[in-house]
Ligand binder design. Sequence first.
Ligand SMILES: [Zn+2]
Length: 285
Amino acid sequence: MINFIIILIMNFLSENNQLFASEASKPWDFPEVNFEISENILYIPIASDNVKKVKLNIKNEKFIDLLEVNNPRIKPISVIDTKYKNTYDGYSKVRSGLYKKLLKMLEFLPNNIGIAYFEGLRPLWKQKEYFDKKFLEILKNTQNKEIAYYETTKHVSPFIDNIPTHATGAAIDITLFVQNENDINLMDMGMFDTIYGHNDQQETFSKRTTQKQRENRLLLLNAAIKSDLVNYGFEWWHYSYGDNAWAYVKKKESIYGLAVDKNENILLMSKESYLNKIISTDNFK
Ligand SMILES: [Zn+2]
């Protein structure tokens, strides 16, 4: 009986808070999502063992700085909406392979629509900062550090025992903008990003989306997937090429390793020492 009640509570939480769900929502019934799109999404958490186990066949490819390239159809989201502030140098860098996919995407979009990006390459210290913040936010709700750690790994790729995808330069967080002469606006796809608190629209096929938001998401998905990118089903804005998530979905080997010094102290931390340290600080009250 107790087990039954616990299952009922977990189901309730999973539907209402996206906590405890081990897979991201599957495609909506309406509007219809074609097979090519639905097959190119990672529905399991990005740090799942099966994703981490993917074989890495490293390609040492250079980086492209999107700010330097300055393509009028690829802009930082911060120049369109000042709510999104970039907080470190190098956020506009991506692997040249990923850059080529972004250029390809533009061919599948109307001429007055472009890509607005938040972050590409991310240093490990920033990855840890996001992870800490999300972990403490979730811990306040769950009061259980193991569950909080697991739930956090769905939103922010862990830096312990894992290669965080943004730290390889293979991932980018994007949405679309529409430009009509001097008027430029982000397309409505629902709330972007989770760093700033709970977001019940974050899953690609979130049920809490309007018809218009779904159509806009499909426009983005279609252009990105036709260009050989994969989407992370827990975050409608997260796309990658050549990382473990991409390789797992495509049944290939991943091609980009960490773009940072592998001896960095952050990488040497164990999960146990991390949990003990973060809970003993003033962060959690
Ligand atoms: Zn991302």
